[in-house]
Design a binder for this molecule. Structure first.
Ligand code: SAM
Length: 289
């Protein structure tokens, strides 16, 4: 008899990523999704929402470095940052490492994710009680609608969302990005979790198409990680003014005194060099030259 416990994240009906689990630390069902935290053998603690891997202790730094430091080093003076989703806390943790940031508002719909991570994954959630982080439990879609109506403005908005299932579905819609545009400052930048260039072409096309219809500068950049299907993954970059490469001053990275495990100035520049198949597919929507 085999008593080993493995979890498997399935993509469609033809791919699975299996990881050995040592023990389950938390299992709950919120009004939005199933939330699990497990201790894995090879990847440390891992958060799953609806059975999909969100973060692991072993490779979360890659995702969180790239979703945060790319826009925050392109914008010359990001003071007011908004994170939509990101309930594990890793993105907000990285945002407040930037000295220019006065406030990081984080809007996560699911309190269970935040509480589970606070209890079991301090590696990502460790800064959620920092006074510069204003954590709001609520719907990001509604938040940006209201923020726009009230004339609130952010320098950088980071959409750190799950795949477009359940409450995250409208985060991949035109209206949401129109509201984001409306509550970004006149030189604002939005970066979003942009799905897999190999396996989620349709969703990636849809997202880049939407952002392209709203923002004058539109790019996509890639990174490699261990736990999302296929390894290679994308972030979309929509900007009102700053070009992600021409307006990137690499000296600011050195001057920041920050130490990173994945991000550096060469990774910043190289991540926008996307493979030909992806560039061909997205060519009609990218506005990056
Ligand atoms: N890095 C992760 C990934 O790509 O798999 C995303 C991590 S983070 C845990 C994603 C969060 O987005 C989830 O905790 C989920 O509850 C949150 N979320 C989904 N829809 C949302 C919405 N409409 N408003 C705010 N947060 C939302």
């Amino acid at each position: 008899m085999n008593s080993e416990l493995w979890i498997e994240e399935k993509l469609e009906d033809y791919l699975g990523l299996r990881m050995k689990v040592e023990k389950t630390l938390f299992s709950g069902k919120s009004p939005f999704q199933a939330v699990d935290v497990v201790e894995t053998k090879g990847h440390g603690k891992m958060l799953l929402n609806d059975g999909l891997i969100m973060v692991t202790e072993r490779d979360e730094f890659v995702y969180h470095d790239m979703i945060t430091h790319v826009p925050l080093f392109v914008h010359p003076n990001p003071k007011n940052v908004l994170v939509i989703g990101g309930g594990d806390g890793g993105t907000a943790r990285e945002v407040i490492r930037h000295k220019s940031v006065e406030k990081c508002t984080m809007v996560e719909i699911d309190e269970m994710v935040v509480n589970a991570c606070k209890e079991f994954i301090p590696q990502t959630s460790c800064k959620l009680d920092d006074p510069r982080i204003d954590l709001i439990i609520g719907d990001g879609v509604e938040f940006v609608k209201q923020a726009r109506a009230k004339g609130q403005h952010f320098d950088v908005i980071i959409v750190d969302s799950t795949d477009p299932i359940g409450p995250a579905q409208p985060l991949f819609g035109t209206e949401f990005y129109e509201d984001i545009h409306g509550c970004l400052s006149e030189d604002g930048i939005v970066v979003s979790q942009g799905e897999s260039p190999f396996y989620q072409e349709e969703m990636q096309n849809k997202l880049v198409n939407i952002i392209s219809g709203i923002f004058p500068l539109v790019s996509i950049y890639n990174f490699s990680n261990l736990t999302y299907p296929g390894g290679l993954w994308s972030f979309t970059f929509g900007s009102k003014k700053y070009h992600p490469l021409r307006d990137f001053d690499s000296q600011r990275v050195s001057d920041s005194g920050l130490d990173f495990e994945y991000y550096n100035k060469d990774i910043h520049l190289g991540s926008f060099a996307i493979p030909t198949f992806q560039r061909k597919r997205l060519a009609s929507w990218l506005k990056d030259s």
